[in-house]
Design a protein around this ligand. Structure first.
Ligand SMILES: [Zn+2]
Length: 453
């Protein structure tokens, strides 16, 4: 077996320090990243953890680890009942439809799928078993068909989010307030209610699981306990991740995960607001800017930092994509010169140091600058190796076929010309150019060509 290439350190929210990645068996790395609750099309902000953890997995594989990525789909949740009811639809049908949209929307990112995508509806047996264990150990209690976690029964509670128990609000409002022994307690199971159209059997009565216990059960079912990395957005640290950690520790006497890794939020700039509030769906954003620009936009910031979502930032990312594509056209297929290896090494060292994609991009830019100023042809192997970590190896493809959205724009332009709407046709031509494509009108009709150096 090949030795591991680099020691990887990642910021752990629980200890507040950089922690060395130490796989349980030396090589395999389990990553569990909390996925979406499927009550609507996913927001572009939900794409950030999807991209961060999918590409982190690629980097770890490059370094000789054997990573497995699990990203769950939460398809039992209050938000789903709340969205289905006014629409007059069965909640299961809405969740299934939005799950399919989530898969289709994230497929458009072109970075592959997680190894496992468990759904809560298919793991109710595991969830019930875990709740039973908490009841048996005295960490949970039944109240009128609901089951609650007894927070003060676990001294370690609060260790992840660093909150004093007295200052915690589970965000459950008045729901179950009269049934809880202590306002700090949170729901593991909610008894069947007249306005909820799905329920499952359990020894303590029909109902459905709470959100936090779903993730503890799905993570354990796919990766075991004490797995290497648990990830998600930093808005999930409390209560969701605190509760996940507490449930597993209380039921199994084992930590759920070794490293808790959290990405910063997207901050929606005022100017981007188009329809309702500042919400932008991933599908809309992909329609507007394409996946290359969106992946570059995410890579330009360290994953822990908040990231503003503004047209300017997206334009910066589009320019960087175009710069690399242009530089790529001057490269030739083959080995890169040894004197450029230090930039390639700096790129991977940056990723090993708390997955710093911003610093890695600076090293890539140095490599490109040096390659551009070289005399004679430069082999592209380093650039390919680096870009693959960002999901952007396609920027070096020479005879790439036009992506679907580009073909669609070209067709719209044809239609505008046929309708003699030349203003619109020119606008579409400019939009195609902005994406690196040109329509050349020949005898056999219009042809799409990538813009040359
Ligand atoms: Zn979760």
């Amino acid at each position: 077996m090949l030795p591991l290439v680099r020691t990887v350190r990642l910021h752990d929210t629980k200890t507040g320090t950089l922690k060395e990645l130490r796989p349980r068996d030396g090589r395999t790395v389990g990553i569990y990243a909390c996925g979406p609750t499927v009550y609507d099309r996913i927001h572009v902000g939900n794409a950030r953890p999807y991209v961060v953890f999918s590409l982190l997995k690629r980097f770890l594989a490059h370094e000789g680890y054997e990573p497995t990525l699990v990203a769950n789909i939460t398809d039992i949740n209050d938000k789903i009942y709340d969205a289905a009811r006014p629409a007059g639809r069965p909640s299961g049908e809405l969740a299934a439809e939005m799950s399919d949209h989530y898969v289709a929307d994230t497929d458009r990112l072109g970075i592959g799928r997680p190894d496992h995508e468990p759904k809560a509806t298919l793991m109710v047996g595991e969830i019930v078993e875990l709740i039973q264990e908490l009841l048996d150990r005295g960490h949970a209690y039944v109240a009128d068909g609901d089951v609650y976690f007894r927070v003060r029964s676990l001294p370690e509670y609060g260790a992840l989010s660093h909150r004093d128990v007295e200052q915690m609000d589970q965000g459950e409002g008045v729901e179950g307030a009269g049934l809880k022994e202590d306002p700090l307690d949170f729901a593991l199971w909610k008894a069947r209610k007249p306005m909820e159209d799905t329920w499952w059997p359990a020894p303590w009565g029909e109902g459905r699981p709470g959100w936090h216990i779903e993730c503890s059960a799905m993570a354990e079912a796919t990766l075991g306990t004490s797995f290497e990395i648990h990830g998600g957005g930093n808005d999930l640290i409390f209560p969701h991740h605190e509760n996940e950690a507490a449930q597993t520790l209380a039921a199994r006497g084992q930590e759920l995960a070794q490293i808790w890794m959290h990405n910063g939020m997207l901050e929606m700039g005022g100017k981007m607001s188009k329809s309702v509030g500042n919400i932008r769906s991933l599908a809309d954003v992909l329609d507007d800017v394409g996946r290359d620009t969106l992946l570059m936009y995410f890579a330009e910031a360290h994953y822990r930092q908040p990231l503003v979502f503004t047209p300017e930032r997206l334009e910066d990312a589009a320019r960087r994509v175009e710069g690399i594509r242009n530089a790529g056209r001057r490269l030739v297929a083959g080995e890169s010169p040894a004197e450029l290896a230090r930039y390639r090494d700096a790129f991977f060292d940056a990723l090993a140091d708390d997955y710093n994609t911003a610093r890695a991009l600076a090293a890539l830019a140095d490599w490109v600058r040096e390659a551009n100023s070289a005399n004679g042809p430069v082999g592209d192997s380093h650039a390919r190796e680096m870009l693959a970590m960002l999901g952007l190896e396609n920027l070096l493809d020479r005879d790439e076929a036009a992506p679907d959205e580009v073909v669609e724009l070209a067709q719209q332009r044809d239609a505008a010309r046929a309708a003699r709407d030349f203003t619109e046709a020119d606008r579409l031509r400019d939009e195609l150019r902005a994406r690196g494509w040109e329509v050349r009108d020949g005898a056999g009709g219009a042809e799409l060509v990538p813009i040359g150096p």
